[in-house]
Design a protein around this ligand. Structure first.
Ligand SMILES: Cc1ncc(C[n+]2csc(CCOP(=O)(O)OP(=O)(O)O)c2C)c(N)n1
Ligand SMILES: [Mg+2]
Length: 557
């Protein structure tokens, strides 16, 4: 595949064989790299070390302000996920990068590509450690960036940005370039760090490479699939559907889903795999082969059991585009390959199962998944998450994107709101709260045609609440449903399970709709079933066309 982002923006003036004008600066050369790679929107929060870069921007370079760096990177992550290509972030030396580290970690675990420029003091006085010096900024985010550099000299900055783009694409994650502030005004050097004019990334798979996996599948009497992040997207869905239907087998979504890998209204969809090992083992026990597609085998959470993830009679294979996912999976066979292509090839290689075997395998997954809607609450009864999700599922449009960050009612959301289109679900990758609000804003910004609903806990909403200002300012028509139970319910549940009183109080009095309004974001409070239905009926049909955000704070019992 040729990187499409690199095609249209190839400028004759930037041809590397052309002589550069002598007064061209590093900054101008960097802008040309940004144009070439489609990085013309900068998500950032500025400081004095960014003045030389961010003042007097050319008209084709746009800036999106976030009021905290966690929000900046969260918005950029949503934007990049919506567009399927890297987004550009600019952060302010140690304070900015420090505030952004968890969001960077999350982008890495969501496998979303970002190019992150981090400001730094001027090289000419760094030895004196002046105010705002960042120490080893290229290492501050630890192992989370997929690639990180402080260019050897100013003239290498444009090439480093190109390299960061390519590393972010190839390794699917955030790549980081530290840029000392004086570098931008240095003269460019056309023979400094270079990069390929175009990059071809092979996306093909030879059927002969799939013989062992196809044999394993054909020899299995009752195979099953567990799908993850990597299967999301048109190609992935088509491939997984074709494979599942050829095998007539059940398909589970991995636990703590980051993205949906299979249509959740498909008759072979079996639900979300439990994360507890004993439940995982028992769930998968009827299957002599489980193939993890687009994820590792398997995503765990708290350590609850020292035993294996599957019973002795269940073999495991992994098919993923991420070498790390393959290499950490205890399995009989791992295949690392571009997912859409490998699925097309694999479907051709495995025998079609018809009749009893296929039907039986399919039936194993077809337990009743969707509970009936809860009864309408009486006049003195409070709303529950079930009311909200049942009403939402009945009314949201088919291709709505749901962003989930609602810890105590996550499983109820999974049960009641089936995801039926590729790209229709996103959640944070590393368990860190904050992506819910910021990511929803970025997703909608990156795909203004598609309805985006962030379903977030009231506690969760506070971790990146400033993103609402960006949504209002940049006219981002995202809907946020805040599940307001006045506390960290999931933490309270864990404390109860530990049989000990929680150290943390409830926070019932936070007026989240009020905070939203203070940030310029329209907001309403809902506390009755009638208000809920009225709001949904008014807002949901028009959601894809909205040009301003809306936060709905839903009071729950
Ligand atoms: C950045 C960050 N800090 C703390 C946590 C730990 N944590 C996980 S869930 C949770 C509470 C979430 O509360 P809320 O959003 O209100 O959801 P509820 O449990 O009430 O449904 C906390 C604090 C985390 N995951 N991420
Ligand atoms: Mg809560």
């Amino acid at each position: 595949m040729i990187d499409e982002a690199q095609r249209p923006a190839v400028l004759a003036a930037d041809d590397r064989n052309q002589p550069v004008t002598p007064d061209r600066t590093v900054r101008e050369a960097a802008f040309d790299v940004m144009r070439r790679f489609g990085l013309t929107t900068i998500f950032g929060n500025p400081g004095s070390t960014e003045i030389p870069f961010l003042t007097g921007l050319p008209p084709d370079i746009h800036f999106v302000l976030g009021l905290h760096e966690g929000s900046v990177v969260g918005i950029a992550t949503g934007y990049a996920a919506a567009r399927g290509e890297p987004a550009l972030v600019n952060l302010h030396t140690a304070p900015g990068l420090g505030n952004a580290v968890n969001a960077i970690a999350n982008a890495r675990d969501m496998r979303v590509p970002l190019v992150i420029l981090v400001g730094q003091q001027d090289r000419r006085q760094l030895a004196y450690e002046p105010f705002l010096t960042g120490r080893s900024l290229e290492r501050m985010a630890g192992e989370y960036p997929v690639w990180s550099t402080l260019p050897v000299r100013a003239q290498d900055v444009p090439g480093a940005i190109a390299r960061a783009y390519n590393e972010a694409v190839a390794q699917r994650g955030p790549a980081l370039v530290v840029v000392p502030m004086g570098d931008w005004s240095e003269p460019a050097d056309e023979f400094a760090a270079g990069y390929p004019e175009r990059t071809v990334r092979t996306e093909t798979v030879a059927p002969s490479e799939l013989g062992d996996l196809a044999d394993m599948i054909d020899r299995a009497s009752s195979p099953a699939l567990v799908v993850g992040r990597g299967g999301d997207g048109e190609g992935g869905w088509e491939g997984v559907i074709a494979l599942a239907e050829r095998l007539g087998c059940p398909v589970w979504q991995e636990s703590f889903a980051r993205a949906a890998g299979f249509p959740q209204d498909h008759p072979q969809f079996a639900g979300h795999l439990p994360w507890r090992r004993c439940q995982m083992r028992d769930t998968l026990a009827p299957h002599d082969l489980v193939l993890a597609v687009g994820t590792n085998a398997f995503r765990l959470y708290l350590f609850d059991d020292p035993g294996p993830m599957v019973h002795e009679g269940t073999r495991v294979a992994v098919l993923t585009d991420d070498p790390g996912e393959a290499h950490r999976s205890p399995c009989a066979l791992a295949v690392v390959a571009p997912l859409a292509a490998v699925l097309v090839a694999l479907v051709e290689e495995v025998a079609e199962r018809t009749g009893a075997a296929g039907a039986a395998a399919g039936a194993a997954g077809s337990q009743p998944l969707r509970p009936p809607p809860p009864p309408v609450p009486g006049p003195d009864e409070s709303l529950t998450p079930g009311h909200v999700y049942a009403a939402l599922a009945q009314r949201m449009t088919h291709d709505t994107v749901i962003v989930e960050e609602t810890p105590s009612s996550q499983s109820e959301l999974y049960q009641r709101v089936p995801i039926t289109t590729p790209g229709g679900f996103l959640a944070c990758g590393n368990g860190g709260l904050g992506f819910g609000v910021a990511g929803s804003v970025g997703l909608r910004l990156g795909n203004p045609e598609r309805a985006v609903i962030g379903v977030v806990g009231d506690g969760s909403s506070m971790y990146a609440i400033q993103a609402l200002w960006s949504a209002a300012h940049y006219e981002v028509g995202v809907l946020l449903l805040v599940m307001a139970n006045g506390r960290y319910a999931v933490m309270d549940n864990l404390a109860r399970a530990a049989n000990a009183p929680a150290a943390w109080p409830a926070f019932g009095s936070i007026d989240i709709a009020g905070i939203a309004r203070c940030l310029g974001c329209p907001a309403i409070n809902v506390s009755t079933y009638e208000q809920l239905i009225e709001t949904f009926d008014e807002v949901l049909p028009q959601l894809a066309d909205r040009r301003e955000p809306l936060l709905v704070e839903i009071a729950l019992g």
